[in-house]
Design a protein around this ligand. Sequence first.
Ligand SMILES: Nc1ncnc2c1ncn2[C@@H]1O[C@H](COP(=O)(O)OP(=O)(O)OP(=O)(O)O)[C@@H](O)[C@H]1O
Ligand SMILES: [Mg+2]
Length: 398
Amino acid sequence: MQSGKIVVKNLYKVFGQNEQEAIDLLKEGWSKDKILAEKGSVIGVSDVSFSVEEGEIFVLMGLSGSGKSTLIRLINRLVEPSSGDVFIDGQNVAKLPKAQLIELRRRDMSMVFQSFALMPSRTVLDNAAFGLEVAGVGRKEREERAMTVLKQVGLDTFAQKHPHELSGGMQQRVGLARALAVNPSMIIMDEAFSALDPLKRREMQDVLIELQKTHRRTIIFVSHDIEEAMRIGNRIGIMEGGKLIQVGTPQELVDNPANDYVRNFFDTVDTNRYLTAGQLKADSVPLFVHNGQAPDALMVCQQLQDMDKHYAFVVDEFNKFKGSISLEKIALLVEDGQPHSLDAKVLKHIDCIPEDLPLSEVIERLVDNEGPIPVMDEGGFYCGAISKGRLLTRMQGD
Ligand SMILES: Nc1ncnc2c1ncn2[C@@H]1O[C@H](COP(=O)(O)OP(=O)(O)OP(=O)(O)O)[C@@H](O)[C@H]1O
Ligand SMILES: [Mg+2]
């Protein structure tokens, strides 16, 4: 079986009288519109298969009516599937007895909606603690846990206020706190931030991204907003007419859209903004290895001239970055009659940038730094370089 925290297999949802007939007709190639016109059944979700990894934010996008809300409700079985399977932690949700299902939803799966439905007569703290109250957690413990999550969303000082004393964005944060309080491993968010103005929405996205750094949860996030999807999504799934048309990382979808429908989503987006150091790096800087013995200055000088390059990087035998040196600097060393070896004291120290550093910060670093900048992978090993020239060519679409 395909692995993943959430695995969806050949899932269908038909709203109408004869669900199986509609599915058979879909399999025969009938369109969603034809089935509606001739059989009166609405196809909500049609043969959808995908999986969401533990700790991933998976964003579902698609035009209105494409089946996003239906799909996420099928996952927690607020909507009964017409056919197909949903596995959560390897467990078939469709086969769970009702009581266990309710337990799963209550303890391990929170939902956050656009209308956050706070209870006006209760304090912020009591609203945040509501899920725990329903789960039968005692007052002292639930208030402590609610306070902890209110801190996480930056609302602890408002704990004793009532919802009407809060702005829309703050109310949405209470909604998020309520979802987090039960400490679920999964959160399903349906257009959770859509009612907020752009600034508040960004702020909530930041809260979510920050939270995800400390507590990695599996999140399915429905959004209309491509900028939002690209900002928070590890992967994005695009739905059209009940079908999941394409799944991929933001960059994969931008680079290889499956069709015009997918491409259109990205038309308005300045996709360069989403580039990271890892996508911008190249093997453009000559690399020399200091394996106990520093590289010879004259040899490096000669090779740089042969390659028409101005800079060299030096790494140790494990591929950890040691420093950079320019052709000019080597020339000076050689002129001065200094020892002909490029050891640590003649190299220029540069902090490596991580592969996931976004373009804006890469640019800042390039502005501050004369030559190219080294990039390191997750293990801290050198994996490429970014120069100003390289950045400009990449942004032109090369
Ligand atoms: N309870 C229902 N009864 C009948 N049809 C439904 C029901 N719920 C959804 N549908 C239909 O299923 C299709 C998918 O709807 P869904 O709400 O999942 O779309 P969506 O992608 O979430 O749209 P939106 O972006 O507007 O929220 C639509 O054609 C809708 O009319
Ligand atoms: Mg919806």
